[in-house]
Design a protein around this ligand. Structure first.
Ligand code: SAM
Length: 328
């Protein structure tokens, strides 16, 4: 099958599959605090078939996400199934998790074929962490999860932090210290308007420039050259110990290099986080489409991939789903 390109010439090589839109955390910048999933999820065998077709079309990286992917029983077997998908080059299988359940699952996931893990953690101070996640006692679980992932060889373990003005921007330097002490790669992500509560405004975003300036007060940083499709701008501390990265979709958009496509937990394709509609791949499967027909459908959908997002512009329209129901 021919490799996937959109109409702007971008190669689509990176697939994210949300395996549930349930989450055991209620992070203030993401969820309202309500329980439960809005859209539900599918049997793993359905995601596996979708992944198999997409890998045949040139996908080289698959990231599992959610909701919280580790809430689903059978996720280890799903990773094993993905690792057995025939692909031209070894498939890079990654996972984004809040880490709460990772300590016991890190080694089984590694054994099943997971390559890497990213753990979301928005504060290195336990009290502040609880204020953000709204789940008491989570911090120790997450720290144990990060350490277990390192021991299992799921590295380099990345830690994602979203900074919210007035909430946790005081954590920038403590995060830098944490990255150095724990030997993890830090990734700050600028807050995007994808939250359920609609609290986003440009002034809530702690930008790349601010993060760099603050971190440089702690220790000098040296920029690391990055590949064209890498979303993070990367820096190492001048003494060589520790790396941080900043993913800056708001202040420094990178849509021109976007290589991503997403499948939601209910089997819809999203071509952009900020899409205002989905494309129902699972409906094609339900009506009995062959793999070739699924590939044809996917090729048509990819042609509709948006050129860029419009965050902060007068014509910005909210996405049709929020982050937890897309799969970040
Ligand atoms: N539950 C998993 C986790 O916590 O990593 C996976 C899903 S979560 C939606 C994926 C990532 O999206 C997390 O790193 C989270 O911080 C990030 N995220 C959620 N809402 C966001 C927003 N409005 N702007 C930027 N990042 C966001």
């Amino acid at each position: 099958m021919a490799a996937l390109h959109d109409k702007f010439g971008r190669a689509i090589t990176d697939l994210r599959i949300s395996v549930t839109d349930r989450c055991n955390y209620k992070c203030v910048y993401c969820r309202t605090g309500n329980e439960g999933a809005l859209y539900g999820d599918l049997p793993f065998s359905d995601y596996l078939r979708m992944a198999r077709v997409l890998v045949g079309m040139g996908i080289t990286k698959v990231r599992l996400t959610g909701g919280e992917p580790l809430l689903r029983n059978g996720v280890v077997d799903f990773v094993r199934g993905l690792a057995q998908v025939e692909s031209r080059e070894p498939l890079d299988i990654a996972l984004t998790t809040n880490g709460h359940l990772l300590a016991d699952l890190a080694q089984p996931l590694k054994d099943a074929g997971l390559s890497r893990v990213t753990v979301s953690m928005d504060a290195v101070d336990p009290d502040r962490f609880t204020r953000i996640t709204r789940v008491p006692g989570g911090f120790d679980h997450v720290l144990a999860g990060i350490r277990a992932a390192k021991r299992a060889g799921l590295g380099p373990v990345k830690v994602n932090g979203v900074l919210l003005r007035g909430f946790n921007e005081g954590q920038i330097i403590p995060f830098g210290m944490f990255a150095r002490e724990e030997g993890v790669v830090l990734r700050f992500i600028e807050f995007m308007p994808l939250e359920e509560d609609r609290t986003w405004s440009p002034s809530t975003v702690v930008t790349l420039d601010e993060i760099l300036a603050r971190m440089a007060e702690y220790l000098p940083l040296v920029e690391i050259p990055r590949g064209a499709s890498e979303t993070a701008r990367r820096y190492r501390f001048e003494d060589g110990i520790g790396e941080i990265g900043i993913i800056a979709p708001v202040s420094h958009p990178f849509c021109g290099h976007c290589s991503r496509i997403r499948i939601t937990s209910d089997g819809k394709i999203r071509t952009c986080l900020f899409s205002v509609w989905d494309h129902d791949l699972h409906a094609q499967m339900r009506r009995g489409a062959s793999d070739e027909e699924l590939a044809e459908f996917i090729r048509g959908v990819v042609q509709k991939k948006e050129e860029r997002h419009h965050i902060g512009e007068a014509d910005f329209v909210h996405a049709s789903r929020t982050m937890v129901h897309i799969g970040g």
